[in-house]
Design a protein around this ligand. Structure first.
Ligand code: KG4
Ligand code: ZN
Length: 349
């Protein structure tokens, strides 16, 4: 069965076709980065208006890329939670109209569940359950016990910034263009970079905690770049700015930040794995595109002799293939929606 998936939860307008939950037939994504760059972050009203303009052209692009027509579509799936409410509304309204007019089932998908399902796309490998699952994106940093594609139990989550948000903020402090995560990855991957020159903090929280924290790391990058703020009586403000930094300092700071952020993640994965019982490790979300995180996850899984499931690079950041893919096991389980489906800003887990 061919499922059409729609994704409009944040700043990517996406449509994709996936056959029987596995084979990606087409994957069309219209990024809005150019609209939000001047604000240094996503502006919700601009995002929802751009979804209205771009969604149907993106759906048409997914059809022509796949060489099919709407009459070949067996079901319509839409990311309906979590996300920006105005953005979600656009995708949900379009999905309902398409499903109703085509006379096919409608499936409402949790975006966070879909990020973990992305590791099942374009592969025949099955995830061994229970798996230890990690979702790392611009909005989420959460560790799960995974017993099935939609059976997730939260073990821990960030208590402040999401790791992708920390990457983006650190990149801004280092003077890199928006969105900064991939730019910081590139700068840190310079073979000459020395990640040990700057000692940045790895948050551990309590001895048994599986939660994460990234705000201290972000502040440490700010102070390393700009110095410690002067007291008010001395005029306040920072003694330096990013322009005063030598190119090799920026590069080494980027590498030190990336190392500390990735170690913060793998430390908690290691803690969770020590408790035992997991048969595999699965990860998803935009930050799984990070080169060091991919390498460190591979090392961690190999040390524990566990299979690792990571999404192909094209399905790490927001896309609709993960939405269309996850719809298939949900359809098989009879988990369809009707025209009362509503967008919800929060995740189900
Ligand atoms: O999953 P995603 O597209 O959107 C959310 O659901 O939030 O994730 C976007 C996040 C952004 O913060 C972006 O900077 C980060 O993923 N990201 C990366 C890399 N590629 C994307 N962070 C670090 N290294 C990368 N290579
Ligand atoms: Zn996402």
């Amino acid at each position: 069965m061919l499922v059409l998936g729609l994704e409009t939860s944040c700043d990517e307008t996406a449509a994709a076709l996936v056959e029987r939950g596995r084979r990606v037939v087409s994957n069309a994504v219209a990024s809005q980065h150019e609209l939000h760059a001047e604000y240094g972050g996503v502006v919700p009203e601009i995002a929802s208006r751009a979804h209205v303009e771009r969604l149907m052209p993106v759906v048409r692009a997914s059809m022509s890329e796949g060489g099919v027509t709407l009459s070949d579509v067996g079901a319509v799936a839409v990311g309906h939670r979590p996300g920006l409410i105005g953005s979600l509304l656009v995708g949900v309204a379009a999905a309902k109209a398409l499903a109703w007019s085509l006379g096919v089932p409608l499936v409402g998908i949790d975006h966070v569940h879909a990020h973990l399902y992305a590791a099942c796309l374009d592969t025949d490998r099955e995830i061994e359950h229970p798996a230890l699952g990690l979702v790392v994106s611009g909005g989420h940093t959460t560790l799960y016990r995974v017993d099935g594609p939609t059976r997730l139990t939260r073990l821990g989550a960030t208590i402040d910034d999401a790791v992708g948000e920390a990457f983006d903020k650190a990149a801004t402090i280092l003077g890199l263009p928006y969105p900064g995560g991939p730019e910081l990855d590139r700068l840190a991957s310079d073979p000459a970079a020395d990640p040990t020159r700057f000692d940045l903090p790895i948050s551990r929280l309590g001895r048994d905690s599986l939660d994460f924290s990234f705000s201290g790391l972000k502040t440490a990058v700010l102070y390393s770049v700009c110095g410690v703020p002067r007291p008010k009586r001395e005029g306040g403000g920072f003694p330096r700015s990013v322009g005063d930094l030598a190119e090799e300092d920026r590069r080494d700071l980027a590498a030190a930040f990336q190392l500390a952020a990735v170690r913060t993640l793998t430390l908690k994965l290691g803690r969770a794995l020590e408790r035992g019982g997991y048969r595999s490790v699965v990860a998803g979300g935009g930050v799984t595109a990070n080169s060091l995180l991919r390498a460190e996850l591979a090392r961690l899984a190999a040390e524990r002799r566990l299979p690792l499931h990571l999404p192909p690079m094209a399905y790490c950041t927001d896309n609709a293939a993960m939405i269309a893919g996850l719809a298939f096991p949900m359809l098989e389980a009879g988990e369809t929606a009707d025209l009362t489906l509503t967008p919800v800003p929060t995740t189900a887990c």
